[in-house]
Every structure is written in structure tokens, then in C-alpha cells.
Design a protein around this ligand. Structure first.
Ligand SMILES: NC(=O)c1ccc[n+]([C@@H]2O[C@H](COP(=O)([O-])OP(=O)(O)OC[C@H]3O[C@@H](n4cnc5c(N)ncnc54)[C@H](O)[C@@H]3O)[C@@H](O)[C@H]2O)c1
Ligand SMILES: O=c1ccn([C@@H]2O[C@H](COP(=O)(O)OP(=O)(O)O[C@H]3OC[C@@H](O)[C@H](O)[C@H]3O)[C@@H](O)[C@H]2O)c(=O)[nH]1
Length: 386
């Protein structure tokens, strides 16, 4: 660790980071990286710490004096400003960010992604502290290409679908499609942060993650989360595979996504943390444009990979189609395609993703099998006995 330099050859000084939402999927991987590979201190803020317990206990851990957990709900806790003042940098990850909530709990979604983030921006701005704020690729909404006729050759032209931070428009559906409550709240907080930078000199970086996936993402319904809960697609499909039931393809699984391995993405965040001069004032897409699949192809690949890592053959009907209304309820809508343009992050931070979709699914599904297969077996045998 000693003598580590930034991208411009300057020594990296140890800093204190106030990480809000540190107990979540991304937060847990970022804390792990910061503890194992850097000298920085983390004030970890969250309402729960299950996913970072292994970093907090026992007290004999090598980094024990560099991480502190603060159980705080940022909606209503006056300790937040003090923690932001103690830190050099604040990273805000806290959010409701599962699509099943956007149309069924739109008020909670808007409050979480806009109103609750406001004091964080304000405290950073007033106290002259740097902010890295987590937004989303959903701010792009739908592609321009989605509005072209189905057989238009222009649909194959990247101008109509590649998503660029400084050029692409944000295209959402009508208000009654409440799916867009999340994207719209994220867009407005981005605009507010950008304006704080322009008018009051706030030093900020905005991150737009494109479907980061890996171990510890969300929960497996009925095991470490509510039985009726609907997590994001990786956990939904993992749950189906573990229970040997068909994977559900919403509206035929035609939507396209690019998936990136969480460990590749965390490398990009660390570069932002340690290279403020290159990261401040920028909005960064963080994704893997080479890992594009339709949701149907994702389901097929996960089925194949799971068979390999579990040693179990796949079931006779591996997928079934369901309507979005049946799966998510009224007001759902979808992004058609998400390819990140990588020019800005490449130029500023020299970062590129490395891991192929097959490889990242292999390590992630190995983790899912090891972590959950036994618990699912027990839960299922209990249900059959009753
Ligand atoms: N994972 C992805 O691919 C992805 C994609 C786009 C955007 N993002 C954004 O990245 C951020 C982190 O996402 P994640 O995947 O780690 O989600 P996550 O749900 O695993 O983590 C969010 C964490 O924030 C905490 N939190 C929420 N509200 C809080 C509050 N009021 N007070 C304190 N803690 C609170 C939650 O308890 C949770 O631990 C979010 O802002 C999300 O919108 C993630
Ligand atoms: O069981 C399932 C779950 C999901 N899906 C589909 O799979 C696709 C991906 O779904 P995800 O749950 O991962 O969520 P999305 O990619 O739509 O949005 C995510 O993107 C970026 C972040 O801001 C959020 O974490 C989330 O909004 C969608 O088209 C969805 O309809 C299924 O077909 N079956």
C-alpha cells in the first residue's frame, strides 16, 4: 500500500469517507475493496449491516480501526451532518432501487431517490466537501431507436441507441407509467447536484451504473428476504434456478441489457475516489458494452451456467413467459436497450471492464449455490411436510 500514486503520479493521501448505503450490494463490495487494498477510513452509514458484518467483526481484523458502522436512517437523523463534516468525501448509495417498487411504491421511491438525498447534497455543498453520488443508467430511459419503425435500418445505427452522458436525451414514458418515478427522481437529483457545482462550486462526481451484478445482490425470497418480495433479475433467476422452477420472462424477455461484474465496476469507483482532479465535475457511465444480451438470452445462459456449477441437469421447461402486468402490476414499463458509451470514463480514468458475462455468471452462481442451495432445500422440504 505504501507509496501508491494516482493516475498523475502524485502520492495518494489516506482520507475519511462517509459512505451512505454502505450495507447494500455495491456498498459491501466497495467497503471490502477499501479495507483490503487502501489506507482509507470508512464511516459506514446504513439501516442494516448484514452484508458488511464480515468486515466489522471480530475486532482483531487488520482494518478494525478503519471502519465504523453507524446505524442511521438518513430520512430523520441529525447525526448525518456531523459524519459528513468529519469526512473528506461522501459517497451516497442509499436508495430504493428495485423495479418492483417503482410502480407499486412510487411515493417511497421518489422520496428515497430525491427528497432523502437533498440534505446530503446540501451538507456537502455548505461544508465544502466532495460528493460522489450514485445515480443510474435508468436516467436515459428508452433509446431514440425505440421510437423508429420496427423495420427501420436506422435501428442498427449506434447513433440511435448508444447512451452518452453529455449528448443523449432522457426519454421517459407518461406519468401513469409509474415505472419512471425512480428514473425521474434520479434525474432531478443529478440536475440539482450539477447546479450546486455550477452555482456554488460543489465538487461532485455522478455515477450511472449499468446493471452491476455479483454476489450479495438483493435477496433470495423466503430465505434472506420476504417470500413475496421481487428482487432484481439476477436474484429472481437465481431463486428460480435454486428452486428448480422455470425462469419468468417478462413480456417475452425481449429487453436488452449490458451486465458488468461488480468487481470490475468497483475498480472504476476506486479510481474516482483516488483521482478527484480527473473525476470532479463529471458524470460517468459505468458498464460493460461487450456484455449485451436479451433477458431471454440471460435466462438461457444462467440456466447453462447453473447446471455446470451445481452439477444438476436443467428442468424440462426452463423458461415461461409472463406479462409485465401480472409480474410487476399496473404502471410498469421498460428500458428497451442499454449500451453505455465509454469515451468519457476512458479519457478521464483510463478504465475498462474486463470480465465476460459467462465468467461473471460462473463466479456469481457458484456463490449463489454455495450460499443458498442447502437453505432452499430445507425450506422446501418443510413446505412439503406441512
Ligand atoms: N446495482 C446496480 O446495478 C445499480 C444500477 C443503477 C443504479 N444503482 C444505484 O446504486 C446505489 C446502490 O445500489 P445497490 O445495488 O447497492 O442497492 P442496495 O439496495 O443493495 O443498497 C442500498 C442501501 O441503501 C440503504 N438505504 C436505503 N435507504 C436508506 C436510508 N434512508 N438510510 C440509510 N440507509 C438507507 C439500504 O439499506 C441498502 O443497504 C443506488 O443509489 C442505486 O440506485 C445501482
Ligand atoms: O424475473 C424476472 C425479473 C426481471 N425481468 C426483466 O429483466 C430486466 C432487468 O430487470 P432488473 O430487475 O435487473 O432491472 P432493470 O435493469 O430494469 O433496472 C435496474 O437498472 C438499473 C438500476 O437503477 C436498478 O437497479 C434497476 O432499476 C427487465 O426487462 C425485467 O422486466 C424478467 O424478465 N424476469
Amino acid at each position: 500500500m505504501a507509496g501508491k500514486v494516482d493516475l498523475d503520479g502524485n502520492p495518494i493521501k489516506p482520507i475519511t469517507i462517509c459512505m451512505i448505503g454502505a450495507g447494500g450490494f455495491i456498498g459491501s463490495h466497495l467497503c471490502e475493496k477499501l479495507m483490503a487494498e487502501t489506507p482509507h477510513k470508512v464511516l459506514a452509514v446504513d439501516v442494516c449491516n448484514d452484508k458488511i458484518k464480515h468486515l466489522l467483526e471480530p475486532a482483531s481484523l487488520a482494518w478494525a480501526d478503519r471502519i465504523q458502522f453507524h446505524r442511521i436512517n438518513i430520512k430523520n437523523d441529525s447525526r448525518l451532518e456531523g459524519l459528513i463534516k468529519m469526512a473528506d468525501l461522501t459517497i451516497n448509495l442509499a436508495a430504493i432501487c428495485t423495479p418492483a417498487d417503482y410502480n407499486t411504491r412510487p411515493l417511497d421511491t421518489i422520496y428515497s431517490n430525491f427528497i432523502d438525498a437533498l440534505p446530503v447534497v446540501k451538507y456537502c455543498s455548505e461544508n465544502g466537501k466532495r460528493l460522489i453520488h450514485f445515480s443510474t443508467c435508468e436516467v436515459y430511459g428508452k433509446t431514440i431507436g425505440a421510437f423508429l419503425p420496427k423495420n427501420s435500418p436506422l435501428r442498427q445505427d449506434p447513433t440511435y441507441y448508444v447512451l452518452m452522458e453529455d449528448a443523449s436525451p432522457c426519454i421517459f414514458g407518461p406519468i401513469e407509467k409509474q415505472r419512471w418515478s425512480y428514473a425521474c427522481a434520479k434525474q432531478l437529483i443529478e440536475r440539482l447536484i450539477y447546479a450546486e457545482g455550477a452555482e456554488n462550486g460543489l465538487e461532485f462526481t455522478i455515477v450511472r451504473p449499468f446493471n452491476w451484478i455479483g454476489p450479495r445482490m438483493d435477496f433470495i425470497p423466503g430465505i434472506d428476504g420476504p417470500s413475496e418480495g421481487v428482487p432484481r433479475v439476477l436474484a429472481c433467476f437465481s431463486n428460480n434456478l435454486l428452486r428448480r422452477e422455470p425462469l419468468k420472462l417478462v413480456d417475452g424477455g425481449e429487453s436488452q441489457r449490458t451486465f458488468i461484474y461488480i468487481k470490475d465496476a468497483i475498480e472504476a469507483v476506486l479510481l474516482m475516489i483516488e483521482n478527484p482532479a480527473r473525476a470532479n465535475g463529471h458524470i460517468f457511465n459505468v458498464g460493460n458494452p461487450n456484455n449485451e444480451v436479451t433477458v431471454r438470452q440471460l435466462a438461457e445462459m444462467m440456466t447453462q451456467v447453473y447446471s455446470k456449477v451445481s452439477g444438476e441437469s436443467s428442468i424440462e421447461t426452463p423458461t415461461i413467459d409472463v406479462s409485465s402486468k401480472e409480474f410487476y402490476g399496473e404502471g410498469y414499463d421498460d428500458s428497451d436497450k442499454r449500451i453505455p458509451d465509454m469515451t468519457i470514463i476512458n479519457k478521464q480514468l483510463g478504465w475498462n471492464p474486463k470480465t465476460s458475462l459467462w465468467d461473471l455468471l460462473e463466479s456469481t452462481l457458484t456463490y449463489q449455490h454455495r450460499t443458498y442451495a442447502e437453505a432452499i432445500k430445507q425450506a422446501m422440504s418443510k413446505t412439503t411436510a406441512n
